[in-house]
Design a binder for this molecule. Sequence first.
Ligand code: GRF
Length: 213
Amino acid sequence: MKRIAILISGRGSNMAALIAACERERWPAEVVAVLSDREGAAGLERARASGVTTEVVARSAFDSRESFDAALAARIDHYRADLVALAGFMRVLGDDLVERLGPRLVNIHPSLLPAFPGLHTHRRALEAGVRVHGATVHFVTAQLDRGPIIAQAAVAVHAGDTESSLAARVLAAEHRLYPLALRWLVEDRVRIDGTRVSVQGIGPADQLLWHHR
Ligand code: GRF
């Protein structure tokens, strides 16, 4: 059984999708903890309602990022997490922690990376006039939003889209994409070859999900 820790800062809808898929599909895994850097994160309540242990490691309780990262690392160690899934976790982790976790650490980002790293991806996609947008699940490396890509979901941009309508369409895709990719990791099927990632037992075409809606 793989032990999964999920890190959140807010609403936790991706977290909820991961917890639900792990149970429903009977992954050989368990979500052992949900950790939040914010006391008021709505996702904490959702996690507790699913019977998952929650903990807050408040950034405000530490006077430097190093001490915050060290506290977070200690909790991840405590739960003996084999996989650490960032799901709307709004802090950049320091290089030491990223290096220490290595390929156990993955993230979901709401764009087709390497387009639109960072914040406000939907607004920027609309401004850029792209016809296709989406989400990416990737390994976390020291360079923000640039780690090896495990899977992507492509979403059409519609003529009348606003930032919120586009965000909603991408979020629905995220809820399909993240469980798909995390399951491959749970099953030890993911191989990193330099900057490229392959998944044993599936073709590269299946690392791209077309989200129609
Ligand atoms: C998602 O769009 C995720 O890709 C981004 O932040 C959002 C978090 O939403 N990093 P939720 O907390 O999972 O609902």
